[in-house]
Ligand binder design. Structure first.
Ligand SMILES: NC(=O)c1ccc[n+]([C@@H]2O[C@H](COP(=O)([O-])OP(=O)(O)OC[C@H]3O[C@@H](n4cnc5c(N)ncnc54)[C@H](O)[C@@H]3O)[C@@H](O)[C@H]2O)c1
Ligand SMILES: O=C(O)CC[C@H](O)C(=O)O
Length: 331
């Protein structure tokens, strides 16, 4: 058995963490032979609730859980961590605009970037879940200059999983038989869910999804808007933002980053190098593959005129969010 790794989860008393912690502590993320020591961060008024979560984790009697540290101090939470799930921040409620979140949440990621910079391992892998996730990841990285920028990622895996599930449903196949959908851009309603390179396994042979669906209009309209608006639809139905599916997506993202993507690509918000004509230095969701713990943007895909337009819209929103966030962080 390997030595335990320290893993931080922020917003640990919240609803996403309530599903996520079990997945991490049961081995679903770092593998069945990797013990974990959980560092759980939340704000001081939530320490009572957090202690309840700590009790429940103990009561799960999980063999891979080497220990738990609940804390309200970011520097304690991030000390020597190999992985950090940055979930803690305010979720959007019905009636709130996503932009309302930016000023409320972006400061949290400035402070946490500074703490990570001081005390985390320099090879720490950071996944930002808290919204606006892409821009929060960018800000966190900006305030942690001693950690490589490629170690900061934002979660678009939930959108990726949603897109895969929509296509599987449309084609009447199990979700595992669809691969290589892409979420481009921001984790927001400007994201571009793209099925043009997706494959479906039919009788052991991979076929292009566009040919199998045979309905371009659906792929450009209903498919795109359903995925773009899925988070809002869950909020409207549950009166709370998605949590079970968000936790599953966070597990998928970190597992694939640590253990590799195999024969499929996945969507991750990563620092843009300008690939596919996107704005540089924003956290943009691309198709990536991962080997030996390093992600790489999938290159050489054809971008249609329709896709170009969609990539430009979401890129413009990210550039605007970056400007607004830097303004908020000035003081
Ligand atoms: N990227 C995605 O796909 C995705 C999907 C779903 C939700 N989200 C986002 O995830 C975030 C969390 O959602 P939730 O449903 O778990 O919310 P929640 O309100 O249930 O929990 C959030 C927790 O964060 C804590 N918190 C607030 N400020 C903190 C700070 N400075 N440090 C540490 N903890 C802090 C709160 O006390 C609370 O316990 C929201 O921003 C939500 O919009 C993102
Ligand atoms: O606030 C939103 O619009 C969405 C919340 C969450 O990010 C999701 O995708 O389910």
């Amino acid at each position: 058995m390997a030595a335990p790794i320290k893993v931080a989860v922020t917003g640990a008393a919240g609803q996403i963490a309530y599903s996520l912690l079990y997945q991490i502590a049961s081995g679903a993320v770092f593998g069945p032979n990797q013990p974990v020591y959980l560092h759980l961060l939340d704000i001081a008024p939530m320490m009572g609730v957090l202690n309840g979560v700590v009790m429940e984790l103990a009561d799960c009697a999980l063999p891979l859980l080497a220990g738990v540290l609940p804390t309200a101090n970011p520097e304690e939470a991030f000390k020597d961590v190999a992985a950090a799930f940055l979930v803690g921040s305010m979720p959007r409620k019905e009636g709130m605009e996503r932009k309302d979140l930016l000023s409320a949440n972006v400061r949290i990621f400035k402070e946490q970037g500074q703490a990570l910079d001081k005390v985390a391992r320099k090879d720490v892998k950071i996944l930002v879940v808290g919204n606006p996730a892409n821009t929060n990841a960018l800000i966190c990285s900006k305030y942690a200059p001693s950690i490589p920028r490629e170690n900061f990622t934002a979660m678009t895996r939930l959108d990726h999983n949603r897109a895969q599930a929509q296509l599987a449903d449309k084609l009447g196949v199990p979700v595992r038989d669809v691969k290589n959908v892409i979420i481009w851009g921001n984790h927001s309603s400007t994201q571009f869910p793209d099925a043009s390179n997706a494959l479906v396994n039919v009788g052991g042979i991979n076929k292009p999804v566009p040919a199998a669906v045979n309905d371009d209009e659906y792929l450009k309209t209903t498919f795109v808007t359903t995925v773009q608006k899925r988070g809002a639809a869950v909020i409207a139905a549950r009166k709370m933002s998605s949590a079970l599916s968000a936790a599953k997506a966070a597990s998928d993202h970190m597992r694939d980053w640590f253990l590799g993507t195999g024969d499929r690509w996945v969507s991750m918000g990563v620092i843009s190098d300008g690939s596919y004509g996107t704005p540089r230095d924003v956290v943009f969701s691309f198709p990536v593959t991962v080997t030996n713990g390093k992600w790489k943007i999938v290159e050489g895909l054809t971008i249609s005129d329709f896709a170009r337009e969609m990539l430009d819209i979401t890129g413009k929103e990210l550039a605007e969010e970056k400007r607004d966030a830097l303004e908020v962080c000035k003081d």
